[in-house]
Ligand binder design. Structure first.
Ligand code: MEV
Length: 429
């Protein structure tokens, strides 16, 4: 069987599928049916999705859930979340409600500056390079005028260009480090277009441009979200827990993530459960958000928690500081009907408002995880949610699901236990 092909991109969608199933699948008609089942019956909508990327042969669904009752700076939100993992949306909903009766979430944008770099090599005299840069700097900025015109009208644009000498780290290596304000757009295309024009203007015989590209590391595009309440309020309604002991244990869990990278990675993964879900639902770039968040978590030289906790004078405070480069205009945000719908659900936020909401989603998720981990453990709640996935995998119908869910209400859920019990009832029904 030939598993190589030339001219694949030129084939029609049907032809691509035909080749693929013949080359890689045993059950060819079942595979074809599966791929086609996920085609949208609305042809226009399907074409829209086909055109987002190349070689599209089908769609890949993820669940779209919502977490209501979030109060952020006094505004009420129902937060859209796209995620495949059970428990995440349920946890967000519980935590949203919990904090809505304790003053809600407070969030502040600390900065919105984004970065792009022209990387270049230069072997000549450093003073000559510095004087060439000072002389040409105005022209470099002017060269972007046509590209920045609309952005400047919206209050953004190119903020500054610096020459950076990196020759201590790599022989002959320098950068033009350029900062931008991109207002409500994520700004990747805008930044890259500006950089390429700057690079072309800057280049000369003894300057070799290596590449011009935005940096997804944006430590100055930063948001902070926090919650606080009295230590007593933290456990209100759960009489069996000592509030001070609980608050301290919670803080210790955060402290552990601050000094222990193995734990910090899992701790931050839980935060990203909340963040990525909203980033995806709003059509933003989750890979950019992920890589930046983890670089920020490691900014002090070791990988640490993105959240922080303090218990002082009877008050519990819990907060997150995270860089988030987001857009609420441009990119997929207007093109993808579900992303557009998510933004409408969030009352069409500015990029800064969306930064606040998404930071809150991350903080809420971490609160839920640490609350569960430091009390009951996560498996109890998690496996209950997982039960439905197992039952769906087994092909259980509504009646069978009801019987199994009832049975496991008071028993630990495991894949094999569910499997065995399901087999038993199958024989009886
Ligand atoms: C699971 O997706 C996320 C957690 O592991 C996060 C954590 O341990 O803090 C529960």
């Amino acid at each position: 069987m030939v598993r190589r092909i030339t001219g694949f991109s030129k084939l029609t969608k049907e032809e691509k599928i035909d080749w693929l199933v013949k080359a890689f699948f045993n059950q060819q008609s079942i595979t074809k049916d599966t791929l086609k089942k996920y085609w949208n019956t609305d042809e226009k909508l399907q074409t829209l999705h086909d055109d987002f990327i190349e070689n599209t042969i089908s769609n890949f669904y993820l669940p779209y859930g919502v977490a209501p009752n979030f109060s952020v700076n006094g505004n009420e939100y129902t937060i859209p979340m796209v995620i495949e993992e059970s428990s995440v949306v349920a946890a967000a909903s519980l935590v949203g409600k919990f904090w809505s009766t304790r003053g809600g979430f407070k969030a502040t944008v600390l900065g919105t500056t984004k970065i792009g770099q022209v990387h270049f090599m230069y072997k000549g005299n450093k003073d000559e390079l510095r004087s060439y840069f000072s002389k040409i700097k105005g022209e470099l900025i002017a060269s972007t005028a046509a590209i920045t015109k609309n952005m400047r009208k919206r209050g953004g644009g190119l903020l500054a260009i610096e020459l950076k000498d990196k020759t201590e780290d790599l022989d002959n290596y320098y950068q033009l480090h350029v900062s931008f304000e991109t207002k409500d757009s994520m700004g990747a295309n805008f930044i890259n277009s500006c950089l390429e024009v700057i690079a072309a203007k800057f280049e000369k015989e003894d300057i070799q441009i290596v590449m011009s590209i935005l940096s997804n590391y944006v430590p100055e595009c930063l948001v902070r979200a926090e919650v606080s309440c009295s230590v007593e309020e933290l456990v209100a309604g759960t009489a069996e827990i000592d509030p001070y002991e609980y608050a301290e244990k919670f803080k210790t869990a955060v402290d552990i993530a601050n000094i222990e990278p193995h734990r910090a990675v899992t701790h931050n993964k839980g935060i990203m459960n909340g963040i990525d879900a909203v980033v995806l639902a709003t059509g933003n770039d989750f890979r950019a958000i992920e890589s930046c968040a983890h670089a920020y978590a490691a900014k002090d030289g070791t990988y640490k928690s993105l959240t922080h906790c303090e218990v002082k004078d009877g008050v519990f405070r819990f907060w997150i500081e995270i860089p988030l480069a987001l857009g609420t205009v441009g990119g997929l945000t207007a093109l993808h009907p579900m992303a557009k719908l998510s933004l409408e659900l969030l009352q069409n936020p500015s990029a800064e408002e969306l930064m606040k909401i998404i930071a809150v989603a991350g903080l809420a998720q971490n609160f839920a995880a640490l609350r569960a981990l430091t009390t009951t453990g996560i498996q109890k709640g998690h496996m209950k949610m997982h039960l439905m996935n197992i039952l769906n995998q087994l092909g259980a119908n509504a009646e069978e699901k009801e019987i199994v869910v009832k049975y496991f209400d008071s028993k630990p859920v495991s894949h094999s236990a569910v499997h065995d019990y399901y087999k038993q009832i199958k024989l009886k029904i």
